[in-house]
Design a protein around this ligand. Structure first.
Ligand code: IPE
Ligand code: IPE
Ligand code: MG
Length: 281
């Protein structure tokens, strides 16, 4: 079946996006800790779930804006390992919302050429959610635009622990030696294998912490904290975060003079190249 034409930005928005592309690099991978749904609702004397519901509109807007801007990967922290310990009714409401959002949004994702993936302990999710997720991922698997990567039942420590088990098993079975364990092997055993590390981490809701998110991958990400709660975070906020990112100097442990010396004709800075060589990325 022919896919419908993707949603287009308005003229005014297209102009803003062109300006952003002209003013610096667009991050290849943006990761977002979507926080503040509960506080957004509380401020309006609404139940917490109203904040989670409203948060879905922010997801829609940010996914579309990222796709139009040419961001390659967007990882959204939607549910952490620790979030399972919230009151049972909040957890089940969140799972129902995830299920209905996947049902409602897949067609739109597909239309916008978005490829859906997920990281986390997916088998802990209710079976209906697992099935719907698998279906949405399969429908969008050949799409070539933005990769939307949902972190569900995810934690950074869980992921590193799983990678360690996997690697220890290979050593135990004699498939690799201890000397073959390096950073690139560990990276390739994480759930994000094959994805670049996030260039920009955004956290909404004003908290200055990473809450067990992508502990390995965030080593050299630029951090941006927004005071806005997730339900009010829209593409205008995203553009602001990207403008802020573009004003940073990513040094990867080098000194400024080395960073400013661009490598021969290449797009990437010398610092990025050195970092990629060190990490085997
Ligand atoms: C983020 O919003 C959504 C999830 C963690 C699932 P919160 O629900 O944490 O909202 P606050 O931080 O309590 O305001
Ligand atoms: C982080 O938010 C997890 C997600 C956004 C899914 P939390 O609200 O769970 O984090 P803390 O409890 O403030 O650290
Ligand atoms: Mg929170």
């Amino acid at each position: 079946m022919e896919r419908e034409a993707p949603n287009k930005p308005t003229e005014a928005d297209k102009k803003l996006q062109d300006e952003l592309r002209a003013s610096g690099d667009i991050p290849a991978h943006i990761a977002i800790i979507m926080d503040g749904n509960g506080r957004w609702a509380k401020q309006r004397s609404l139940p917490r779930v109203a904040g989670h519901r409203q948060g879905v509109s922010s997801v829609r807007d940010i996914v579309e804006a990222c796709g139009q801007l040419g961001v390659e990967y967007l990882t959204l922290y939607a549910f952490s390992t620790e979030n399972w310990n919230r009151p049972m009714d909040e957890v089940s409401t969140l799972m129902r919302l995830l299920l209905s959002s996947l049902s409602d949004e897949t067609e739109r994702l597909n239309k916008n050429n978005v490829h859906l993936t997920a990281i986390g302990d997916i088998k802990k999710l209710p079976i209906e959610v697992q099935e719907k997720l698998a279906e949405s991922m399969s429908i969008t698997q050949n799409n070539t635009g933005l990769t939307l990567n949902l972190a569900l039942s995810y934690s950074g420590r869980w992921e590193i622990m799983e990678a360690v088990k996997e690697i220890a098993g290979k050593v135990q079975r004699g498939e690799i030696t201890l000397d073959e364990i390096n950073e690139s092997l560990l990276s390739n055993n994480l759930t994000t294998a094959g994805m670049p590390e996030p260039d920009l981490l955004i956290r909404t809701g004003g908290e200055y912490r990473v809450s067990n998110f992508m502990l390995w991958q965030l080593a050299y990400s630029e951090l941006y904290i927004s005071e806005s709660y997730w339900p009010e975070f829209d593409r205008a906020h995203l553009y602001e975060a990207i403008r802020d990112y573009q004003s940073r100097e990513r040094r990867f442990g080098l000194v400024s003079e080395q960073v400013r010396r661009r490598s021969n004709g290449g797009e990437k800075s010398l610092a990025t190249k050195i970092y990629e060589t060190i990490t085997g990325a």
